[in-house]
Design a protein. Structure first.
Length: 84
């Protein structure tokens, strides 16, 4: 269930980024600080939703017995280094 909702979050944030990029490409002087802030939030949300929620249980070692765990110690440590 969390993978479905994280996919929706990624799609929504990607749409926000596309709209801001379209406006930035057309006329950079009309891009206000609010849109820049929303673009920054969207980049963070895409990364967080993908690596933490979408790949979260997949990166855990399969020896843990968690549902959907297929990773190894290296993938678990990598996820822990970047997000905790």
């Amino acid at each position: 269930c969390q993978k479905i909702f994280s996919s929706f979050s990624i799609m929504g944030s990607s749409l926000i980024l596309a709209l801001v990029y379209k406006k930035w490409k057309h006329d950079r002087s009309r891009l206000d600080p609010y849109q820049r802030i929303m673009a920054g939030y969207s980049v963070f949300d895409i990364l967080y939703s993908f690596f933490y929620w979408f790949l979260g249980s997949w990166m855990a070692p399969k020896e843990t017995g968690w549902y959907g765990a297929v990773g190894n110690t290296v993938t678990c440590n990598m996820q822990g280094f970047f997000f905790f």
